[in-house]
Design a protein around this ligand. Structure first.
Ligand code: ADP
Ligand code: ASP
Ligand code: MG
Length: 402
C-alpha cells in the first residue's frame, strides 16, 4: 500500500463527464489499496471567467478580494468530484486550503507556502477516506484566503506530497507528459520519458506551463517523486527526478514565454551609476527584470533596454517616468509584441556550439534576434511574437529533427 497524491488540472475536470472519468481514476487507485490525496484545480476556464467578472465590476480590484473570489473555483471542483465518488461508493471528504492548514505568507495572488498541517489529512486517511483538497489556495496569518499564482495547484500537490512523504505525486493533465516543446505549438515534439528537476525547473520558469515552476522547485528540494501524465490516456507519463540516464541529446526542450515586454531607455548619459539608478527603482517597485542589454548610443550617450513581465509593464513605465529627471533619459519606449524563446539542457555545459546551432536555425528561418541571454543550461532569445511559431518549429527541427 502506498500514499499517493494525484492532481488534476482544470481541463481534466471541465464538465460532469470529465469529473466522472477523474473519479474513476481515483477509485481505481483507492481500490488498489492505496491512501489517496487528490488536489483539484478550478473547472475549465473558471478562473479566467472569474477574473473577467471581477473586472466588469472594478477594473482594479484589491488583490485580497481577487483571492477571495478566485479561490471559489477550486472549491466547486472538490465538492463536485466528492459527489461523483460518493455515487461510486468511495468514502471521500473534500477540504479547503484552510481546513487542511495550508499556511502561506500574505502576498495575495502570488502567496508562498509556509507550512502544511497534517493532522486533518492524516485523520481522514486513517478513516480510509479519499481526501480531496482545493488546489491553489491557502490562508495567511490573518486567516485571510490567499492564492499561489496562476497554475499554483501543482504546487499545492507537491507541498502535500513533500510534507506527508508521499510515495508518488502524479500531475494529471491534458497532455501525456513533458514534451521537447509544447505539443500544441510544435506537432513533431516528442514526449520525454524522464527529465531532471533542474531542466524541468528551467523549462517551467521559461514558459512551459505544463508544471508550475514553484512546484518543481519544491519537488527538487524535498526529493518528491513526481510524474506528469494524462487524465485521458492511460499510458506512462514523464518522470521528473534527480538523475536521469544520460541520453545523447544535448538539449531536453524548448520553451516560449509570451508574457513579456521590452522597455528601452534611449539617450542616457554614458557615466557611472546610470544602470544602478534604473534597476534600483525597478527593485523598489518590486519589479523583476529579466534580460538586460546596454549598447552605445549617439553622441557619447548609451541606451539600456530590458524585459519585464507584461503584468509589470505599466508599473515599470510609471516608475521610470516618475524618475525621469534623476535617471536622465531622452526617450522611453515599450514593446509588448515580443516573446522569449529558450532552449534548455544540462548537456550544453560541455558542448560548445549549441547556441550557434540555435542562431543558425533562426537565421535560416529569417527570424531576427533582438536580445540574447545565456546561462549554463539555457540559451534565451527575444524575438517578435509574430515570428514565434516559425522560430519554435525551426529550432525544434534543428535539435530534434522531424
Ligand atoms: P492543467 O490545467 O492540467 O494544469 P496546463 O494548461 O496548466 O494544464 O498545462 C498543460 C499544457 O501545457 C498543455 O496543454 C501544453 O499545451 C502546455 N505545455 C507547454 N509546454 C509543454 C511541454 N514542454 N510539454 C508538455 N506540455 C506543455
Ligand atoms: N485555477 C488556477 C489557475 O487557473 C490554479 C491552477 O489551475 O493550478 O491558474
Ligand atoms: Mg497547470
Amino acid at each position: 500500500m502506498a500514499l499517493i497524491v494525484q492532481k488534476f488540472g482544470g481541463s481534466s475536470v471541465a464538465d460532469a463527464e470529465k469529473i466522472n472519468r477523474v473519479a474513476g481514476i481515483i477509485k481505481d487507485t483507492y481500490d488498489a489499496g492505496n491512501s489517496v490525496i487528490v488536489v483539484l484545480s478550478a473547472q475549465g476556464d473558471t478562473t479566467d471567467d472569474l477574473i473577467d467578472k471581477a473586472h466588469e465590476i472594478n477594473p482594479a480590484p484589491s488583490k485580497r478580494e481577487m483571492d477571495m473570489l478566485l479561490s471559489t473555483g477550486e472549491q466547486i471542483s472538490i465538492a463536485l468530484c466528492a459527489m461523483a465518488l460518493e455515487r461510486m461508493n468511495v468514502p471521500v471528504v473534500s477540504l479547503t486550503g484552510w481546513q487542511i492548514g495550508m499556511r502561506t505568507d500574505s502576498s495575495y495572488s502570488s502567496a508562498r507556502i509556509k507550512s502544511v498541517a497534517t493532522e486533518r489529512i492524516r485523520a481522514e486517511l486513517d478513516r480510509k477516506r479519499v481526501v480531496l483538497v482545493a488546489g491553489f489556495q491557502g490562508v495567511n496569518k490573518f486567516d485571510d484566503v490567499t492564492t499561489l499564482g496562476r497554475g499554483g495547484s501543482d504546487t499545492t500537490a507537491v507541498a502535500i506530497a513533500a510534507k506527508l512523504h508521499a510515495d508518488l505525486c502524479q500531475i494529471y493533465t491534458d497532455v501525456t507528459g513533458v514534451f521537447t516543446a509544447d505539443p500544441r505549438l510544435v506537432p513533431t515534439a516528442h514526449q520525454l520519458a524522464e527529465i531532471t528537476y533542474d531542466e524541468m525547473l528551467e523549462l517551467a520558469s521559461l514558459g512551459a506551463q505544463v508544471l508550475h515552476n514553484r512546484s518543481v522547485e519544491m519537488a527538487r528540494r524535498y526529493g518528491v517523486n513526481l510524474e506528469v501524465l494524462s487524465s485521458y490516456e492511460r499510458k506512462p507519463g514523464t518522470k521528473v527526478k534527480e538523475v536521469v540516464k544520460m541520453e545523447e541529446t544535448k538539449i531536453s526542450g524548448i520553451a516560449k514565454d509570451s508574457n513579456i515586454a521590452r522597455i528601452a531607455l534611449v539617450g542616457l548619459k554614458d557615466e557611472p551609476g546610470v544602470a544602478f539608478k534604473i534597476f534600483r527603482d525597478m527593485a523598489k517597485a518590486k519589479i523583476n527584470v529579466d534580460i538586460i542589454l546596454q549598447s552605445i548610443g549617439r553622441d557619447s550617450t548609451k541606451d539600456i533596454s530590458f524585459t519585464v513581465a507584461q503584468s509589470d509593464v505599466d508599473a515599470a513605465m510609471k516608475t521610470l517616468m516618475d524618475n525621469r529627471d534623476a535617471i536622465g533619459f531622452q526617450n522611453l519606449s515599450m514593446d509588448d509584441t515580443v516573446c522569449k524563446l529558450s532552449i534548455v539542457g544540462a548537456g550544453m555545459i560541455n558542448s560548445p556550439g549549441i547556441a550557434a546551432m540555435m542562431f543558425e536555425a533562426l537565421y535560416d528561418a529569417k527570424v531576427n534576434i533582438r536580445m540574447i541571454s545565456t546561462s549554463e543550461i539555457k540559451v534565451s532569445v527575444l524575438i517578435d511574437e509574430a515570428d514565434s511559431d516559425i522560430a519554435m518549429k525551426a529550432v525544434h527541427q534543428k535539435f530534434f529533427g522531424e
